[in-house]
Design a protein around this ligand. Structure first.
Ligand SMILES: [Fe+2]
Length: 259
């Protein structure tokens, strides 16, 4: 089947001729985006000789223009969190359905306006300055996930904290989410990332691990996701306020990325 050897040749529409991969009738614009960008790469510039940790942190987040940063030191119970997400599959709602172009993209808010309000407040006619965020009605059905974010993750508060599902064979069309090049808008956590499923940007493919990984993702750069596998993909996207201890983690992770 196609997804077993996707990296060996150019991707063509006719590769999707069997089984679940044909469910969503792959979109040619997305195929073209992957063909053009999948093998791109980004050279991480050296950190400047700034003196303080705060200055280094600010440079990484606001000046480096890095497309992503794999975080070192996040020790999450990925497998247990994946099981909790899978057990809640029936509660997920179609995400950004109004855009009408993505396929198999669903979400469920763990913390937010409500579990089925997975988009920004404006999408529901709400004022982002007035809206309140809280743990949602699914919190008792994902206790390990909630405990991790309440007590171990380096954030002091949350806005939207969501499970994100991309069904087997699904795809998210190429898009940008921001007009500003900023590394720190959100952390994207893979609970799994089946072989053949990849998020690709104009700077190449984000190195999510199937065993679990946490990555700051700069959504300024155009990106797309394609789950060319026969397994559902579950991630978590985190929006909130950083705890101070994240500064050391980010600077150390950036120095590791530079090599
Ligand atoms: Fe996006």
């Amino acid at each position: 089947m196609y997804y077993q050897n996707y990296s060996k040749s150019k991707i063509l529409r006719q590769d999707f001729s069997d089984g679940i991969l044909d469910k969503y009738h792959m979109n040619q614009d997305t195929v073209d985006f992957f063909n053009q960008n999948e093998n791109q790469s980004f050279v991480y510039p050296l950190l400047p000789n700034t003196t303080s940790l705060q200055e280094k942190f600010n440079w990484v987040m606001f000046e480096s223009r890095a497309p992503w940063l794999k975080l070192l030191g996040i020790d999450a119970p990925y497998q247990e969190m994946l099981s909790e997400a899978q057990n809640l599959k029936d509660r997920f709602v179609i995400h950004r359905d109004e855009e009408g172009c993505h396929r198999g993209w669903r979400s469920l808010a763990i913390h937010g306006i409500a579990s089925d309000k997975t988009n920004v407040p404006e999408a529901y006619g709400l004022d982002p300055l007035e809206v309140s965020y809280a743990w949602t009605d699914i919190q008792d059905q994902c206790p390990i996930t909630v405990d991790f974010f309440k007590n171990k993750f380096p954030y002091k508060s949350y806005q939207r904290l969501r499970f994100m599902l991309l069904e087997a064979g699904g795809y998210i069309m190429p898009h940008s989410d921001s007009s500003q090049c900023f590394l720190g808008a959100a952390i994207n956590i893979s609970l799994n990332n089946p072989p053949g499923c990849r998020m690709t940007t104009v700077n190449g493919t984000v190195p999510f691990l199937n065993s679990g990984s946490a990555i700051f993702f700069n959504n300024y750069y155009k990106h797309s996701v394609w789950n060319a596998s026969n397994q559902d993909r579950y991630h978590i996207i985190v929006h909130g306020a950083w705890d101070e201890k994240i500064m050391t983690m980010v600077v150390d992770s950036y120095q590791s990325a530079v090599g």
